[in-house]
Ligand binder design. Structure first.
Ligand code: SF4
Ligand code: SF4
Length: 179
């Protein structure tokens, strides 16, 4: 897909011709056979999901286009897209879809498929490494600060070693460990 400008200067997305032989129908079937993909083929390209999305105007491929690309079988384009990782998981698209297409959850499935073939942004790998090394992504507020904020003085049951040991056996742990 390419971006151009019409006479009024408003960005307009044009669809470049799609090479039919490059389409992979097994991609659509794979997503469709997952629990989140049951309603995939009900999508009638109304773009409500894109209208609801708070960041779609920053994306090259909008949510309704990604769904259409999945239906068409554009495996490489979808799984290597940055958009699936930039999704805020706010579920606005999914909540508003008149056809009950699980847009957000399908993007989760796409991330899992992208991870399996190693298409993971370096920023996500860095987060996974942080999680593996420290057992948490964010520093827990110091005790004295918690007191100032009138929070419980200690976070109960936080066992960083346990988190690390569980993570080592997960795909996240393996990805971060391989880096
Ligand atoms: S809102 Fe639902 S039906 Fe409309 S384009 Fe998005 S996924 Fe398709
Ligand atoms: S869940 Fe993702 S794709 Fe859907 S509206 Fe939110 S940011 Fe956009």
């Amino acid at each position: 897909m390419a971006e151009t400008k019409n006479k009024a200067g408003v960005p307009e997305t044009l669809i470049e011709p799609i090479e039919m032989s490059s389409l992979d129908a097994s991609f659509r079937n794979e997503i469709h056979s997952m629990p989140n993909g049951e309603e995939l083929s009900a999508c009638f390209a109304c773009s409500t999901c894109t209208a609801a999305c708070p960041i779609a105007n920053q994306w090259k491929y909008k949510p309704h286009q990604l769904i259409r690309m999945i239906i068409l079988g554009m495996r490489d384009e979808v799984l290597s897209s940055s958009e699936i990782w930039e999704c805020l998981t706010c579920f606005q698209c999914q909540e508003r879809c008149p056809q009950n297409v699980r847009v957000t959850d399908i993007f989760f499935d796409c991330k899992n498929l992208a991870s399996e073939r190693g298409d993971i942004p370096s920023s996500i790998v860095s987060l996974a490494k942080e999680l593996l090394e420290k057992g948490q992504l964010y520093q827990v507020t110091a005790d004295w600060e918690r007191e100032d904020l009138e929070l419980e003085p200690e976070v109960p049951g936080l066992s960083i070693e346990e988190v690390k040991s569980i993570l080592k056996n997960t795909r996240t742990g393996k990805i971060a460990g391989d880096e």
